[in-house]
Structures are given as structure tokens and as C-alpha cells.
Design a protein around this ligand. Structure first.
Ligand code: FAD
Ligand code: SIN
Length: 536
């Protein structure tokens, strides 16, 4: 196997991966350089598709304050968000926004050059920056990808997958086995940054692109790291309810459309949110998702509708050009027609447990962005807090690494590593079929509503699929590695959901509909599943 050495390796080219690569390169002495790998083309990520925007508590915004943002985040998080984490991320938002501008990112401004701020569900004031109207992720990604490409000190491998983390004999992470066009390579590095994003592809219906297969959770778990709150999957209430049999990825209709006044209704225009929450369409996301699901189930229909016509044609087209264009391609003129919408898996609140410096329970392994669980989101993420978490935490990892000794510790058991990934294996022709069975199982049994019976059924079915797939180490293709990771991650989600015998935030158990008195994180790792006392 080929072998190389870097001072830091970053896995993933979403906003967390790109920004951390740039900041680490900018801030540290890296004797062996920095490597950024990404499993498809540079920039393909959940980040690219982010629409609504990024929270920023700007000093110039006199209507807003850190206290107000903290309060809204705590309320949405259903008791599980951590106060110190929220405060830290909120306090650092202003600084990071201005730093992003140095890398060519910009946000929409008014005629006086001031940032325009919008509102989304459960925010009490306008505090969300956006770019390109409703294409915030795309605009940030384009700028950061350009900055990475222009930086000749960041080595870049595209179409390259992280297959397994390397764990040293003293139990720290010391590198990664990667697989790409040139086969396998063993990369040694004292700093491994997981920025691999979420797991939406575990579900039949999702807003996430095809690469969101939960690889980072599986890698961290296999290496022995702690994962936290793995039962908390966020379902977005409003995605465009059109799909074809082959492609269930669904286009997001941003919450910002409701933020600007759009109403949920049935096909006759009868609004229903008053039955579910006093904040109507701007209730927390889990509540609106469950409301839409119940309306669909009770009326035996496959979607509800979003009436955006109330916003007015001129504003609609200026604020939501991407959504307007995409809907028109499906024959819907959002200035005149109701938009058919339904819920879909969107974001993952759980993840690899970290502190605010991105450190995990495994020395040398860092996690940032959606793959991490910092304690910010708790049981339900407040809209547009994710991009903020990505950038603040990427910044902090780089700060933490400044002046650290970044020498490689290569005390691995080489023979063991080599034998696992040596040789060749025949392609498994059932991969696509198993993947789609898994997505159905997760959607039906571990979705917006779950209970003991459905979770037991899911566990049983996943075990059957694992046996059918029969891959633990060597796989034949990137697609197979993704399925291996999806099966591992799905099992972690189901086991954690099984273990949490209450309903809280996005985790709703029909057999335990009440929220328990004890509010605690759940932890899962190779050795144990446990619930950790929550300290607020
Ligand atoms: P990602 O952007 O998902 O990047 C992960 C990267 O890792 C990808 O490049 C992927 O290819 C790579 N990767 C994965 N596994 C491997 C592997 N094994 N080896 C190598 N590379 C790998 N949040 C907001 O705050 N505001 C919004 O407006 C918003 N809108 C959204 C709209 C949509 C449609 C979606 C899907 C999400 C939205 N979110 C939004 C959530 C937010 O976009 C994501 O949580 C955030 O962008 C995640 O960034 P990330 O860098 O952690 O991961
Ligand atoms: C949206 O635009 O509705 C998504 C925002 C988010 O996920 O934070």
C-alpha cells in the first residue's frame, strides 16, 4: 500500500472542511503540509444546497443580542442544548462572518451596503444572513473552493474516500486509510479532522444529496470514539413533494419562505397550523414536520400545500429565485400556485461527541460541522444554526492547533492494517437494492414517529441486510463503502432511539409520548450504550 505523511488531514469539502483547511493552513506551522480529501468533486456537499442562510448575531444589529439567540436556541433544543456551547458559538458569530469576507464570501446587502437579515422559524428577530437570495450554501462553497484551489499549500485529492481511521497502539488517531483513483493509500497524520457531514441518505425521502451517507459516524465508531444523541434526526417540514421511483432526493422549500409569510394549507387553501402551535407556521421545526405528517396521514394524502402567493410576486422572485425556478421546472408557478410539500429527513443533531475545540474522545481525532455533536442543537436544531456552527468550530480547531507540536505518531500495527485492505474483492451486485431496502426501513420505522415495535423491526431488518451485504473491511467500490457505513450508522441511530424512552424534540416515541423529567445526552461507542448526566 502507498504511504504518505501530513501534519493534518481534513476529510470533506463542505463548509466545515474547506474553512478549517484554510484556517489551519493560515494559522499553524505544518512541517508535513495539509491534505484535504473529498469523496466526489470538490464542493459537493450538503453545504452547497443550503438555502435559508446563516445565523449571525452582528454587533451592528441593535435589535439582536447573544442572550436572545441563546434563548431561542435553548427553546428549540428541547432541553438538551448546552448553554456554554450556545453562548460561545453565538458570541463568536460576528468575528467569523467578517473573517469569511476575507476569503471572498459575501452576503446579500441592501442599497446602503448593509447586510440584509431575514427570519426563520423559532427565531425571535431577523438575524439570518443569506447570499444569492436563497442560495447561501452555494455562494459560500464557491468562494471557499476557489480559496482552497488558489492555496498551493493545501494538497487536494478529489474522488477519494476515507475508508478507516488508523488507531495507534496508545489509542490515539494517527491517520487514515484512503481509497481513490490510484487505489489505497495509508496517510499518517497527528491531526485528523472529520468534516464528513450528515446522514440524510439513510432515509427514503431526504433533502440531502447522495453523498450524505453517514460515513464519518461509522468511521469514528469503528475507531472507538464516543458518539452522542444519535437518535436525533431532524425532518424538514417542507420539501417539494415530487419524485420519481429512482430518485427520492427532494428539493427543499426553505423555511425562509414561511419566514416571509407563506402559509401551510390543504388543497382547498384551508390553513391548519392553528391546531398544532400558537406560533403557527413559525413553530419549531419538529412541530411543523409532525403537523404536516399528521395532516397527510389523517387525510390519506401524500402532501400538504404551501401558499406563498401571499408574499407577492416581486418579493417572491427577488428573495427566492432558485426555488421559483425549480418549482417552475415542475410546472408550479409559486407566484400563483400552491406548492405541494411534505416532510423529509434533513439534518442530524447527533454525532461524534466533541468539545468546542473539535476534540473527540480519541486523541488526534477532531470533528466539525454536521458530523459533530457539540451540544449546540440539543433535540432540535434552530434553523440556520448549522452553518454558523460549521464556521465557528472550524475557526476554533485552527486556533487550538496553533503552536502545537504536529509530529506524526506512527506506532501502528502495520500488518493488521495491510491485511485488512489488501487484495481484491468481487463487486457485490446487490448494493443498490440493499441501499434502497435500508432507506425504506428507516423511513417506515425510524422516522418522524417511532416506537418499540418499529425500532425492533428495524434492528432485525438491518441485521439481515448486513448479513446479505457481508462486508466489514475490504469493499470493491466507493458505493459499497458508503453502504457499509450506512448500515453501521443506521444501527447506531436505531439503538440510540430504542434506548431513549421518552419523546423530546425531533425524537418522538408513540409509546412514550411525554418528555421525561431527567434531561440527559445519550452516548454510544463500541463498548457501551449509556446515558450521560446532563449538566446545564
Ligand atoms: P457537508 O457540507 O455535508 O460536507 C461533507 C463533505 O464530506 C462532503 O464534501 C462529502 O463529499 C465529504 N465526505 C463524506 N464522507 C466522506 C468520506 N468517507 N471520505 C471523503 N469525503 C467524505 N443549514 C443552515 O445553517 N442554513 C441553511 O440554510 C441550510 N439549508 C440547508 C438546505 C439543504 C437542502 C440541506 C441539505 C441542508 C441545509 N442546512 C442548512 C444544513 C447545512 O447545510 C449542513 O448541516 C452543513 O452545510 C454541513 O456542513 P458540513 O461541512 O459539516 O458537511
Ligand atoms: C431552510 O432554508 O429551510 C433550511 C434552513 C436550515 O436547515 O437551517
Amino acid at each position: 500500500m502507498r504511504n504518505s505523511k501530513y501534519s493534518a488531514i481534513i476529510i470533506g469539502s463542505g463548509i466545515a472542511g474547506l474553512y478549517s483547511a484554510l484556517k489551519i493552513q493560515q494559522g499553524s506551522v505544518l512541517p508535513d503540509g495539509v491534505l484535504l480529501i473529498t469523496k466526489s468533486k470538490l464542493g459537493e456537499s450538503n453545504s452547497y444546497y443550503a438555502q435559508g442562510g446563516m445565523v449571525a448575531v452582528l454587533k451592528e444589529n441593535k435589535n439582536d443580542s447573544v442572550d436572545s439567540h441563546v434563548k431561542d436556541t435553548i427553546k428549540a433544543g428541547a432541553g438538551l442544548s448546552e448553554l456554554d456551547t450556545i453562548r460561545f458559538i453565538s458570541e463568536n458569530s460576528d468575528k467569523v462572518v467578517y473573517d469569511l469576507l476575507n476569503f471572498g464570501v459575501d452576503f446579500d446587502r441592501d442599497e446602503n451596503g448593509k447586510f440584509t437579515l431575514t427570519k426563520e422559524a423559532a427565531h425571535s428577530v431577523n438575524r439570518i444572513l443569506h447570499s444569492g437570495g436563497d442560495a447561501t450554501g452555494r455562494e459560500i462553497e464557491i468562494a471557499l473552493c476557489r480559496a482552497v484551489k488558489e492555496n498551493n499549500k493545501i494538497k487536494l485529492y478529489e474522488n477519494t474516500l476515507a475508508v478507516d481511521l488508523l488507531v495507534t497502539k496508545d489509542n490515539s488517531c494517527g491517520g487514515v486509510i484512503i481509497y481513490g483513483e490510484n487505489g489505497y493509500e495509508e496517510v499518517e497524520a497527528p491531526v485528523v479532522v472529520l468534516a464528513t457531514g450528515g446522514l440524510g441518505q439513510l432515509y427514503k425521502y431526504t433533502t440531502n444529496p447522495v453523498g450524505a451517507t453517514g460515513d464519518g459516524f461509522a468511521l469514528a465508531y469503528r475507531a472507538g470514539a464516543d458518539l452522542q444523541d444519535m437518535e436525533f434526526v431532524q425532518f424538514h417540514p417542507t420539501v417539494l413533494a415530487f419524485d420519481d421511483e429512482k430518485n427520492h432526493n427532494r428539493f427543499l422549500i426553505s423555511e425562509a419562505v414561511r419566514g416571509e409569510g407563506a402559509k401551510l394549507c390543504d388543497k382547498n387553501g384551508v390553513e391548519f397550523m392553528a391546531k398544532y402551535h400558537e406560533k403557527l407556521e413559525l413553530a419549531p421545526r419538529d412541530i411543523v414536520a409532525r403537523a404536516n405528517f399528521c395532516e397527510m396521514r389523517d387525510n390519506n394524502v401524500s402532501n400538504v400545500y404551501l401558499n406563498a402567493t401571499v408574499i407577492g410576486k416581486e418579493k417572491l422572485l427577488k428573495r427566492f429565485p432558485t426555488i421559483a425556478k425549480k418549482c417552475l421546472e415542475s410546472g408550479i408557478d409559486i407566484t400563483k400556485d400552491y406548492i405541494p410539500v411534505a416532510p423529509a429527513a434533513h439534518y442530524f443533531m447527533g454525532g461524534v461527541k466533541t468539545n468546542l475545540r473539535g476534540e473527540t474522545s480519541l486523541k488526534g481525532l477532531f470533528a466539525i460541522g454536521e458530523v459533530s455533536s457539540t451540544g449546540l442543537h440539543g433535540g432540535n436544531r434552530l434553523a440556520s444554526n448549522s452553518l454558523l456552527e460549521c464556521v465557528v468550530c472550524a475557526y476554533e480547531v485552527a486556533e487550538f492547533l496553533k503552536n502545537k507540536d504536529l509530529t506524526v505518531n506512527n506506532d501502528f500495527d502495520y500488518d493488521e492494517i495491510l491485511t485488512k485492505y489488501e487484495g481484491e474483492i468481487e463487486k457485490n451486485n446487490n448494493t443498490d437494492e440493499i441501499k434502497s431496502e435500508l432507506q425504506n426501513i428507516m423511513w417506515e420505522n425510524v422516522g418522524i414517529f417511532r416506537n418499540r415495535e418499529t425500532l425492533e423491526k428495524a434492528l432485525e431488518k438491518i441485521a439481515e441486510l448486513k448479513t446479505k451485504f457481508n462486508r466489514e473491511y475490504l469493499c470493491a467500490t466507493i458505493n459499497e463503502y458508503e453502504l457499509r457505513n450506512m448500515l453501521i450508522t443506521a444501527e447506531l441511530v436505531v439503538k440510540s432511539a430504542f434506548n431513549r424512552k421518552e419523546s423530546r424534540g425531533a425524537h418522538y416515541r408513540t409509546d412514550y409520548p411525554d418528555t421525561g423529567n431527567v434531561c440527559e445526552h445519550s452516548i454510544i461507542n463500541k463498548k457501551t450504550i449509556r446515558r450521560k448526566d446532563f449538566v446545564s
